[in-house]
Design a protein around this ligand. Structure first.
Ligand code: ADP
Ligand code: MG
Length: 319
């Protein structure tokens, strides 16, 4: 199969998106953005054995590379619209490509984003780069840098599931429904696109959690030139994670395990009711886990005791 045939078979599905004037097949794509909107652009690369293990099924790889890109757009409070895919593969494996394409289009449909072009090359290691473009109304985007002193810190969903899932995926095959659930949370992350958009005008700053709660909270607060405090005992932990791992393991996954793709955001206390409403509408928990403070560091406490936490992901329980 030559490159032309490969693109035609696996990456040329039409989805009747009227904003795509020219899609896959020409030298470049032409899109027609919604009038009066600003564009938000981002790219994310996934490399085999760096960002995902080689045992991850192709369908999950396809799904995941779309979801993690949509998540970046969601964290800006924007709506994901169009993406291109730069695909590097060691060989042409039709079965792999079919499954990858199925996963990719599944996610594209779920998140309502169109594949409008890309590039296909050959090299030893599988590498996938998606460039994604979204839309947002002027001055509505949520950036990282506008957190304010005394804002509360919130997180969507549960934390630590994806890191536990990756651990299970690499070290053992899923042998129970609980393990399967956790593995799915790694291989099929949910981009919180509806919540991201609903938070425009409510959140002062936001980031999606890809490197772990602690590191990403720090990143967010540093961008706002502030520090803060995290109440570790408030972290939202799933029933499934509690079932398999002890408290120390759970907290390590939640604080330093990446890949959850939940949204972390700050908002003033007076927005609490609106935030509760959003959680209710989308049926996703949103938990208040800390506060923004006028300091340079990010502290953590567990049951009112300060905890030393370092970026290597190690938890030091005091006393
Ligand atoms: P060119 O040589 O002009 O760059 P290519 O042969 O690389 O064209 O690609 C042909 C068309 O297929 C282009 O429209 C390109 O955007 C699209 N394309 C190539 N690879 C992919 C891919 N992996 N997924 C989606 N579209 C792709
Ligand atoms: Mg090309």
């Amino acid at each position: 199969m030559d490159e032309f045939e490969l693109i035609r078979r696996f990456f040329s599905k039409d989805n009747n998106d009227t904003s795509v004037l020219i899609g896959v097949g020409d030298d470049g794509a032409i899109i027609s953005p919604s009038p009066g909107h600003d564009l938000v652009m981002s790219a994310d690369t996934l490399i085999e054995n760096v960002h995902f293990p080689d045992c991850l099924p192709a369908e999950d790889i396809g799904y995941r590379c779309v979801a993690v890109n949509v998540s970046d757009i969601a964290a800006m409070g924007a709506r994901a619209r169009w993406m291109t895919l730069a695909l590097t593969l060691p060989d042409v494996d039709e079965k792999w490509l079919q499954q990858f394409s199925d996963g990719l289009y599944h996610a594209a449909q779920e998140y309502d984003v169109s594949l409008i072009g890309g590039d296909t090359t050959s090299a030893q290691q599988i590498s996938l780069t998606i460039s994604i473009t979204g839309e947002v109304l002027p001055d509505q985007a949520i950036t990282r840098s506008q957190a304010r002193r005394d804002d509360l810190i919130f997180v969507t969903g549960n934390l630590g599931d994806a890191a536990a899932g990756l651990d299970l995926l690499v070290n053992s095959a899923a042998s129970s429904k609980t393990e399967e659930f956790l593995i799915q949370r790694f291989s099929r992350p949910s981009a919180r696109f509806e919540i991201g958009q609903a938070l425009c005008g409510i959140a002062t700053a936001a980031i999606d959690i890809s490197d772990g709660l602690y590191a990403d909270t720090k990143k967010l607060l540093m961008a706002s030139e502030l520090g803060g405090h995290l109440y570790i005992d408030r972290l939202p932990i799933s029933m499934e994670l509690k079932k398999i791992y002890n408290q120390e393991q759970r907290l390590k996954f939640a604080l330093s395990g990446g890949d959850d793709y939940e949204l972390l955001f700050t908002a003033p206390a007076m927005k609490l009711n609106e935030i509760r409403k959003i959680a209710h509408i989308y049926n996703i928990p949103i938990t208040e886990i800390g506060e923004v403070r006028n300091q340079s560091e990010l502290n953590c406490s567990l049951n009112d005791k300060l905890i030393n936490y370092d970026d290597s992901g190690y938890l030091h329980f005091n006393g």
